[in-house]
Design a protein around this ligand. Structure first.
Ligand code: NAD
Ligand SMILES: O=C(O)C(=O)C[C@@H](O)[C@H](O)[C@H](O)COP(=O)(O)O
Length: 452
């Protein structure tokens, strides 16, 4: 409260310092402080004096702090935990006509109530079985906040992204009396959040939803940007809508149960973000390749891997920058599709036994070969694709399907126009570009170069 100290704190903050305000309920804090009667400032009319001090000090504390952590109804140990979680939280802002935040950090699920607000009555919690434990936690938080929770477990992975599953969920919402002021929470990997977003987009022509991604891939990519959808037997993500969530809660605690191979798969999309926009991502991946390919969820629980949080934040930033300017994919958003033209064809031809991120990894090597054949990048950059992906435990070649099958599927890609194929390639590291209607011989040759 002395000007000297205030100035010193202000200058500390201006140099990047962090000042935390532990925001206590005044009645609760007063009762705590008066206990034992040991504070001289509170002698005599303790409660009145306390409230007076609180009134004077609160605006000063609020003005100087750049992080506020509520301490209502807690004990010192839980408070230390809450503080540590708040300190580890990162937020990415997605701008555009419907702006929202992506919260990344251990424990961010506790923001569910704040995001959904008080007007929502029913919440459809859509999740898969492998994340039951995390769904139980979310359900408890939602019930504590007073929502009527309708728990909807859907088939896992791509099996959940179907018209039949969507129809089952629509029927359930009808039976439970979901109205336009109710909401959806999608919890799980990218398949679950894609389906949940599509349900939210289509129920009564659109209700609110929050994504709670639990896989690396869903955290870095699928949960942000509003692409929602399901598959058809004829192709991946052929039915869907661009539909923006209220917010995204990437609770790093959920990664503690993520199997290593599914974590590694998610790195495919992280590498993509590095290749198309953020070379610092590539540096972090190189520096920590061994730890990443042997990912162990237990380490996440102990908060030992800050570089994983940084990779997630940086990848979400790449995505946020693009979708903020081009939500409906009329140009720059297509850059996020690097590696996906062949990637989606591989997933389909392998009947989804290949995971998305692994297929995209091979797709990026194919796109690099194509760019090299047409003189856009040198051999060194093609080799770098293979080296980096291999060092992370990702695939760089594929022997399934035939050229004819792949070509047919690539013509059904959403970037194709009329009879013309379109691809995303690199003109250099961090310089994505469109490649429209390239010579078919070059496409075929690039395909031959990824055959194992
Ligand atoms: N909408 C978009 O912008 C976008 C972007 C990228 C990918 N996608 C889609 O996302 C899907 C791929 O996502 P994915 O890689 O998360 O696959 P996924 O959703 O199939 O999840 C992979 C597996 O991991 C399980 N899992 C998820 N989190 C877990 C956890 N914390 N603990 C234990 N198990 C867990 C899932 O239940 C599933 O079995 C694809 O359908 C892809 O098309 C969408
Ligand atoms: O958000 C985007 O835009 C993307 O392209 C991100 C991709 O990583 C993602 O796999 C997306 O689902 C692909 O969409 P699609 O339109 O090619 O089906």
């Amino acid at each position: 409260m002395t000007p000297q100290i205030y100035e010193a704190l202000l200058s500390y903050r201006q140099q990047g310092g962090l000042i935390v305000y532990l925001d206590a309920d005044p009645e609760e804090a007063s009762a705590r402080a008066s206990h034992g009667n040991k504070r001289p400032l509170l002698a005599g009319q303790a409660h009145e004096r306390w409230m007076e001090l609180f009134k004077q000090r609160r605006p000063v504390y609020e003005a100087i702090a750049n992080l506020t952590v509520p301490s209502h109804g807690t004990n010192p140990k839980a408070m230390a935990q809450r503080l540590s979680e708040a300190l580890n939280e990162r937020t990415v802002h997605v701008s555009g006509s419907e702006p929202y935040e992506v919260y990344i950090g251990p424990g961010v699920s506790s923001r569910l109530h704040a995001l959904l607000g008080d007007k929502v009555v029913r919440v459809a919690l859509i999740h898969t079985h492998p994340v039951q434990h995390h769904a139980d936690h979310a359900r408890a938080l939602l019930r504590q906040a007073g929502y009527r929770v309708c728990d909807i477990a859907v088939p896992d992975a791509e099996a959940g992204k179907s018209v039949q599953v969507a129809q089952g969920v629509w029927t359930r919402l009808a039976q439970e009396g979901f109205t336009r002021s109710d909401a959806v929470v999608g919890l799980g990997g990218g398949a679950a959040t894609d389906l949940a977003g599509y349900i939210a987009a289509t129920w009564m022509r659109g209700i609110a939803y929050v994504n709670c991604p639990t896989s690396l891939l869903a955290m870095v990519d699928a949960s942000t940007g509003g692409k929602t959808g399901i598959n058809l037997p004829e192709g991946k993500n052929l039915v869907g809508a661009f539909y923006t969530p209220l917010g995204v809660l990437a609770d790093l605690k959920t990664l503690s149960t993520l199997p290593t191979d599914i974590f590694v798969e998610g790195l495919g999309e992280v590498v993509k973000c590095g290749f198309i926009h953020d070379q610092r991502i590539l540096q972090i991946l190189e520096d920590h390749a061994a730890d990443l390919r042997t990912f162990d969820g237990a380490q996440i629980e102990q908060g030992e891997e800050p570089f994983i949080a940084e990779l997630i934040e940086r990848s979400v930033l790449v995505k946020a920058r693009v979708v903020s300017v081009d939500l409906k994919e009329s140009g720059p958003r297509e850059f996020l599709n690097y590696g996906h033209t062949l990637g989606h064809a591989i997933e389909q031809l392998e009947h989804f036994t290949w995971r998305h991120g692994q297929a995209v990894a091979v797709g990026m090597v194919f796109a690099a070969e194509l760019a090299h054949l047409l003189g856009h990048i040198d051999q060194e950059l093609v080799d770098y694709h293979r080296e980096l992906l291999t060092s992370l435990g990702l695939e760089t070649s594929w022997s399934g399907g035939s050229w004819e099958q792949v070509l047919d599927l690539m013509h059904r890609d959403k970037k194709a126009r009329g009879d013309e194929l379109r691809f995303i390639i690199l003109d250099g590291l961090g310089r994505p570009a469109h490649l429209d209607n390239p010579p078919l011989e070059a496409v075929h040759e690039a395909f031959e170069r990824i055959r194992s």
